[in-house]
Design a protein around this ligand. Structure first.
Ligand code: NDP
Length: 449
């Protein structure tokens, strides 16, 4: 594996998030490579770490004061061995090539686990939608897609949302794409229900995450009902994770955004969650306002100097990180396990550092890596694509039951692959191995392309 590390550091220096994601998979698949020397002979790892295509472009747009602005746009088309490129768009000031390559690389294994035919990609921009008017966001989206439209299509590359890209942005992107192409196709997923979206897509990542956690607990004869749960983030994934946890009888005591976290010991109920949804999705305000409305709760502001996040030092049974990458470090992991956390299920992509993951695995607690546990979102995106192709809409029950089935299947697949390759009960090894096998076998079938 040394040669792969060498390639990474000489060809992609400084891409630390990408290196982190690759190293994690390399460690997991070592026993597979030992059993299958043909994979090394055919250089599948060298091929997997090199995107099939990277598109980088200028995004000029005008703000409300008539000032011209320029951002950078990206699309990383990572791997199309098992289907057209599929993955999110992220609009956040931290976006760079390393972040998008790590997200696209994770997406390869995640999409493979869904059992649907979806390759992997990821794109976005360093544009910050925070504090921008709807008109500014629309002008930015129109400029962004007026370049990207020539590289995507329903049989080529089908983007969806991620951080900073929700229903509003998908609407603006799709509208301009349709105008430029003069065709109405399922080129994006996460569309609104009235114009080609699927029921349950908006909720799918969070709902699927809780289904996966419930399956893990059931495998140990436990139930999610009555469990005290920490949730981080307050966006799409966090909101729907909290919603499903509440529905299944758990008690959600926290939410957060980039300014800090709120702790509500009494539990966030449906009414309080509705308040959060309005706060975040309509007023686009800060989570701190929760405590103005519910005064028994506390708000703890984020302190950039701290080397741990006090959110992960609260007492609870389960933790659902749903904000962003590397939000749990080793110190946080020690706090979580010392406080009796028995399950970590990742809604965000790569929210735990490698050192934190090691703490979880050493302590033997239930740990669900994001690429398995949050795959429900892209799985329902696959169902949205299927419905678009058939020009049909499935009912809420139909989509939800397919989502539940998919999460169960991924859960089983992870356990089986982990057991087969000598790490029984290790969901991380299982997810990486099962995701890897399907993609590399397809790559070998298709020759050196
Ligand atoms: P949203 O933009 O809807 O919400 C993101 C949330 O995380 C916000 O509360 C945001 O706070 C917070 N956040 C973002 N960046 C940071 C940061 N650097 N530090 C602290 N908090 C931060 O995004 P999603 O809910 O869609 O995505 C959240 C995570 O889930 C991401 O890791 C994404 O890759 C992953 N994911 C999403 C899927 C989906 O279907 N949407 C599918 C699979 C994975 P603030 O508002 O202050 O920025």
């Amino acid at each position: 594996m040394l040669d792969i590390s060498r390639i990474l550091s000489s060809r992609d220096p400084g891409e630390k998030e990408f290196h982190q994601a690759v190293r994690e998979v390399l460690e997991s698949v070592a026993p597979v490579l030992e059993r299958h020397p043909e994979y090394r002979r055919e250089a599948v790892l060298e091929r997997l770490i090199e995107p099939e295509r990277v598109i980088l472009f200028r995004v000029p747009w005008m703000d409300d004061h008539g000032q011209s602005r320029v951002n950078r746009g990206f699309r990383v088309e990572m791997n199309s061995a098992i289907g057209p490129y599929k993955g999110g768009l992220r609009f956040h000031p931290s976006v760079n090539l390393s972040i998008l390559k790590f997200l696209a690389f994770e997406q390869v294994f995640k999409n493979s686990l869904t059992t649907l035919n979806m390759g992997a990609g990821q794109g976005g921009s360093d544009f910050d939608p925070k504090g921008k008017s709807d008109h500014e966001v629309m002008r930015f989206c129109q400029s962004f897609i007026s370049e990207l439209f020539r590289h995507i299509g329903p049989y080529t590359d089908i983007p969806e949302g991620d951080i900073g890209v929700g229903a509003r942005e998908i609407g603006y992107l799709f509208g301009m794409y349709k105008k430029l192409r003069n065709e109405f196709t399922g080129v994006f997923t996460g569309k609104s229900l009235d114009w080609g979206g699927s029921l349950v897509r908006r909720e799918a990542t969070g709902f699927g995450l809780v289904y996966f956690a419930a399956d893990m607990l059931a495998a140990r004869n436990q139930s999610i009902a009555g469990k005290v749960c920490l949730v981080s983030g307050a966006g799409n994934v966090a909101q729907h994770t909290a919603e499903k946890l509440i529905e299944m009888g758990a008690k959600v005591v926290s939410l957060s955004d980039s300014s800090g976290y709120i702790y509500d010991e009494e539990g966030i109920d449906r009414g309080k969650l509705e308040f959060v949804k309005r706060l975040k999705n309509i007023r686009r305000a800060r989570i701190e306002e929760y405590v103005d409305k519910y005064s028994q709760a506390t708000f703890v502001e984020r302190q950039s100097g701290l080397d741990y996040n006090p959110l992960w030092n609260l007492r609870a049974d389960c933790a659902f990180p749903c904000a962003t990458e590397n939000e749990i470090n080793a110190k946080d992991a020690v706090h979580l396990t010392a406080n009796g956390i028995g399950l970590i299920a990742e809604g965000a992509t790569m929210p735990s550092t490698p050192e934190a993951v090691k703490v979880f695995l050493d302590k033997g607690i239930l740990y669900a890596p994001g690429k398995a546990a949050n795959a429900g979102g892209v799985a329902v995106s696959g169902l949205e694509m299927a419905q678009n192709s058939m020009r049909l809409n499935w009912s809420q029950e139909e989509v939800d039951s397919r989502l539940k089935m998919t999460m169960k299947r991924i859960h089983r697949t992870c356990l089986d692959a982990a057991a087969e390759y000598g790490s029984p009960g290790n969901y991380l090894a299982g997810a990486n191995i099962a995701g890897f096998l399907k993609v590399v076998n397809a790559m070998l079938d298709q020759g050196l392309v």
